[in-house]
Each structure stands twice: as structure tokens, then as C-alpha cells.
Design a protein. Structure first.
Length: 373
């Protein structure tokens, strides 16, 4: 389950609040400390919200995440050098998932970049390492523009998400967005960015809005009959069923893209920081890998539990929860490669609970790639 600090352990006045805090509070949100942000973990209930996203549509306040603009082809080229993916040949309007790397080839942050135009890259990062990422990108040769404080991010997720947006007055051209594409649009004269992407496995759209209109759009969307406000809890169970990693939990300091099972996102043809060290690790093959796991009961594996095979420790659970859409416990684990084979049964140390190594996504019926036109 998601690692949060319950608010009574820390004065909520010390925590940062998003521009949608009051909206979420009025919607009935229960708040927790998440990387120094006071964010809703649930509204009506985690399982209710989870299942509603799978069947209808939910909205999430994700304004704690970071947003950057990188201007100029030379700056985009240098940003590419800092990641395992090459953004130079990326077509305008396309999104790419990648990792910003440290000098040793380990992951500083996993992120998404989208070409807004030939000279502009839009980059979205996680909340945990945001200050470190900003310190890396802004004063460096990348000279990124940190626009985090100017943006409200609302994720609209679920098979009914497009209909909800169209019925709420959004530009009909968003219906033409294919999976992992996006662009500039307008809302009542205000410039906004929308991508067809998400963290749930369902058809979904991520809205990047000026702070001045964020609350109005939240109220408009949450009043739609098919929408429920959703918190971090449902976001976590949804992403775990899909096998999507969480930075700071599944991806820790020292984790490389190879260990995070990001092999398919590494462009070995382009030069990037830490490439030689990653190649050495790849050739040695002596590393653990992030792998899907599931139980065959409602019991769930839990974060930090040790995993054993034939009385030897072979890994550790990084994420674990009950999967409401699949009816069993699901999770991710960092495992020795020799046991990271789908169909292998392993034991949770000190508990009468078996887990089976499995392919991801564990939930197979997501609508993320659904054709909408």
C-alpha cells in the first residue's frame, strides 16, 4: 500500500497544499502527508473510488507534481543526455516515458516528456524528488523553466472520461488524441495542455491548467453525474494492478532503469549519462528486477516484506495491496533474476502467504488504449 504519513503525526500547517485543497476538502477528502504535501487519500472510500474509475470516471488532484518547459533544440538535446530516452526525434504531440539519471546510471526520477512543438518540450516529474530535479534542470545547460507553481493538474480517468470532458465543455478536438499524445488547447479563452495519459490503466486525460481556472474546472467536473473525486489510495491500488512503479517506493536511490524493468524505455543508440555503467550492469546480469506478484487469496503482500525461496531470501515487496478489480492481493517486488520468472511461487518471510511471480499488467481489461473515434 502507498506510504503516507497520517496527519496527526505532523502539523498540517507545515505541509504544502495544492490550489485545489479547499475543493478537495469540500468534496469530503481525508488528508495525509505525502512527500510534504497535504493530499486527499480518499473521499467516499478507496475501493468505491477504484471500482468507479474502472467502470465510469474519477478525478484526481495531482497538482503536487512538477512541470517544466524546455525551450530550444539544443536544450532538448542536453535534457535527452540526462535521460535514458532520446527526445530529439520525438514527433510533435507525442509523449515519452523515461528516467532522469544520476551519473552512476541510477534513476533520479521517472518522468514523462511531450513535444509541444519542435522547439518546446513539456516535462512532468514526481513530487518526491521535485526539488532535486528542479535544481538539476533549471541552472544547468538545460535551462528548464519550472512552471510547477503556475499549474493545477487534474487527472480524469476511466472509460467514461472522454464523454465527461466533452459534456463539460472541453474542446471536441481532444477526441482525436491517441494514446500517449497531447497538445495545447483552450478553455474559455485560457490556454491549457491536455494529454491522453494516466496512471490507472484506463482511458484517461491529464489536464494542465492555469491556477486561476483550476478550482472552476474541478467543480465543473466533480458535479458530473458519472464522476467521483478520488484520492491517493485509489490511485495506488489502480496503478499497482497495472504494475506501474512509484518513485520513492518501487524506485529507490540506487535503482537503475534495468532494475526497474524499464528496459524497453532505454534508447541504447543515443548517448546519455551513466550509459557505460548501465551497459556493464546489463552485461553482468547480476541485479534484481522489479516484478509483478500476486496471491491467490484476498490477503495482500505488504511493503518491505522479505520474500524467500527454498529458505533463502530472494527479494523484497516494494508495493502490495488488495486488488479490487482482480479479487486477490497484488504487488511489485524487487527479486533476484533467477526467481523473477512468471509462474514461480515464492513465500512471504514469516507469514503463511505465497505469492506467484506474474506478468504485468495484472489487471488485463484496462481501456487506456481504447479507440474513441
Amino acid at each position: 500500500m502507498l506510504k503516507c504519513v497520517i496527519t496527526h503525526r505532523r502539523n498540517s500547517l507545515e505541509l504544502k497544499k495544492t490550489p485545489l485543497f479547499e475543493c478537495c476538502e469540500k468534496s469530503g477528502g481525508r488528508f495525509v502527508d505525502f512527500h510534504g504535501w497535504y493530499l486527499p487519500v480518499q473521499f467516499e472510500g478507496i475501493i468505491v473510488e477504484h471500482l468507479h474509475v474502472r467502470s465510469h470516471a474519477g478525478i484526481f488532484d495531482c497538482s503536487h507534481m512538477g512541470e517544466f518547459l524546455i525551450h530550444g533544440r539544443d536544450k532538448i538535446s542536453y535534457f535527452s543526455f540526462l535521460t535514458c530516452g532520446d527526445f530529439m526525434p520525438l514527433p510533435v504531440g507525442k509523449c515519452r516515458y523515461t528516467a532522469i539519471l544520476n551519473k552512476d546510471g541510477s534513476v533520479l526520477d521517472d518522468c514523462v516528456g511531450m513535444k509541444l512543438d519542435e522547439e518546446t518540450l513539456f516535462v512532468v516529474t514526481n513530487a518526491g524528488p521535485l526539488e532535486e530535479v528542479s535544481s538539476l534542470l533549471c541552472p544547468s545547460d538545460v535551462q528548464a523553466e519550472d512552471i510547477t507553481q503556475q499549474i493545477v493538474k487534474i487527472d480524469v480517468q476511466g472509460p467514461r472520461s472522454l464523454d465527461v470532458l466533452l459534456q463539460s465543455g472541453f474542446d471536441s478536438q481532444i477526441a482525436g488524441l491517441k494514446y500517449w499524445t497531447g497538445g495545447r488547447f483552450e478553455w474559455r479563452g485560457e490556454k491549457i495542455i491536455i494529454t491522453r495519459a494516466g496512471y490507472t490503466g484506463e482511458l484517461g486525460y491529464e489536464l494542465y491548467l492555469p491556477v486561476s481556472i483550476g478550482a472552476d474546472i474541478w467543480v465543473k467536473l466533480v458535479s458530473h453525474a458519472e464522476v467521483k473525486p478520488c484520492g491517493l489510495g485509489a490511485r495506488d491500488t489502480l496503478r499497482t494492478e497495472m504494475g506501474y512503479p512509484l518513485n520513492g517506493q518501487d524506485i529507490l536511490p540506487g535503482t537503475t532503469p534495468l532494475m526497474a524493468s524499464m528496459d524497453r524505455f532505454i534508447d541504447w543508440e543515443h548517448d546519455f549519462i551513466g550509459k557505460d555503467l548501465l551497459l556493464q550492469q546489463k552485461n553482468r546480469g547480476d541485479y534484481r528486477v522489479l516484478t509483478g506478484i500476486k496471491t491467490h487469496t484476498r490477503q495482500a503482500p505488504r511493503h518491505n516484506q522479505k520474500i524467500v525461496f527454498q529458505d533463502s531470501e530472494v527479494g523484497e515487496v516494494t508495493s502490495g495491496t488488495y486488488g479490487p478489480s482482480v479479487g486477490v492481493g497484488v504487488g511489485l517486488a524487487m527479486l533476484d533474476k533467477k526467481v523473477a520468472i512468471p509462474g514461480t511461487f515464492l513465500q512471504i518471510a514469516g507469514r503463511p502467504l505465497q505469492v506467484e511471480v506474474c506478468n504485468v499488467p495484472i489487471y488485463q481489461n484496462g481501456t487506456a488504449r481504447k479507440k474513441v473515434l
